[in-house]
Write a protein that binds this ligand. Structure first.
Ligand SMILES: Nc1ncnc2c1ncn2[C@@H]1O[C@H](COP(=O)(O)OP(=O)(O)OP(=O)(O)O)[C@@H](O)[C@H]1O
Length: 317
């Protein structure tokens, strides 16, 4: 198994609700999460689920109330660990008067890089995010997509092993989103791990390998996108050729959805197969009845559907 680049156990965070009250908001209530090196990992959750709090704890910007964890093998909060992380905050705003070139120097400085170090890296990074012709333009003239790409470029200045991006495609049009997805895939191919917080579920589905769904400060579901989107009732679609009567007989022991038949010999049906044993039994029965299985596939839901199922069926206490 790949080495964990983020590994947190039982993280809790309570905020005081206001200055003059002892009432608390439990933003995280025992979050455990492992992000393997080299993945693009999506963090999902409705507003208030605790996503930004988790990211800020990882970056040492917010102090956890309890729990443990490691970032790049170093204890949470360790300065060296944090130095190996690139970060694009949500709703970030570049100072309006800066040009793209100047913004890179400014943010490079915040990451501890000297001016000459930034100057050495800047051309290639601006080129890579498609902004090399825009370095001398003030950022307030940039489109939202250009600003986000510049934000990603600044997060890469110190060659981080892990990049944490908070809503990188927020407000970006479809062409800009496709550019960002391409960039993230390239970074992954070069070995960078990407931790992505986004409300854009289609984006997450297209670009991420794994994801966690946070709800009410707890991880409700975590896994590969395929695991998360595999239908909970394990619906399996069969396309078969042979005698329709024999097919119906062979599958009479399992629950099926309405059959679709084409002529006398071709049929498509979705069966509910709770586990692999039941699926094997269906296949055995079909073979015993001389039915050709033309196609067989597990049906998946969209990530959006899976997300809505989880968020609407789980009520956080
Ligand atoms: N500084 C703070 N003081 C008090 N409560 C806070 C503070 N920051 C966050 N919270 C509360 O903690 C909970 C989690 O907030 P958080 O911003 O982490 O959620 P989120 O999943 O990032 O939400 P969003 O998608 O809206 O950005 C919310 O109830 C929020 O109001």
């Amino acid at each position: 198994m790949a080495e964990a680049i983020i590994d947190v156990q039982d993280l809790h965070k309570s905020y005081r609700e206001g200055l003059f009250t002892s009432k608390q908001v439990n933003a995280l209530r025992g979050v455990s999460l492992t992000v393997p090196r080299g993945t693009i990992f999506g963090l999902l959750g409705p507003n208030g689920a605790g996503k930004t709090t988790l990211i800020k704890i990882l970056l040492g910007l917010v102090k956890r109330s309890s729990g443990n964890g490691a970032l790049l093998g170093r204890p949470l909060g360790d300065r060296l660990g944090r130095k190996m992380v690139g970060y694009l905050p949500e709703h970030h705003r570049f100072p309006r008067h800066l040009t793209g070139n100047a913004a890179m120097i400014y943010y490079g400085g915040l990451s501890g890089l000297s001016r000459s170090e930034v100057l050495a890296k800047r051309p290639a990074l601006l080129e890579r995010v498609g902004l090399s012709k825009w370095g001398n333009t003030p950022v307030h003239k940039y489109s939202k997509g250009m600003q986000q790409r510049l934000g990603i470029a600044q997060s890469l200045l110190h060659n981080p092993e892990l990049v944490i991006l908070d809503e990188p495609t927020d407000g970006v049009d479809p062409v800009g989103r496709a550019d960002i997805r391409r960039l993230l895939k390239e970074l992954q191919q070069e070995g960078t791990t990407i931790f992505l917080n986004s409300h854009q579920l289609q984006e997450i589905e297209m670009v991420c390998d794994q994801a966690a769904i946070l709800l009410g400060g707890r991880v409700q579901k975590v896994g590969t996108i395929e695991e998360i989107t595999t239908h909970p009732n394990a619906r399996v679609e069969f396309v078969m050729r042979g005698s329709i009567d024999q097919m119906r007989y062979a599958l009479s022991a399992v629950e099926t959805e309405p059959w679709q038949t084409d002529g006398d010999h071709l049929a498509r049906v979705v069966v509910s197969a709770e586990d692999q044993a039941m699926l094997n039994q269906c296949i055995d029965q079909l073979r015993q009845h001389q039915i050709d299985i033309v196609e067989i596939r597990r049906l998946r839901t969209s990530l959006e559907e899976a997300f809505l199922n989880i968020v609407t069926s789980e009520t956080p206490q």
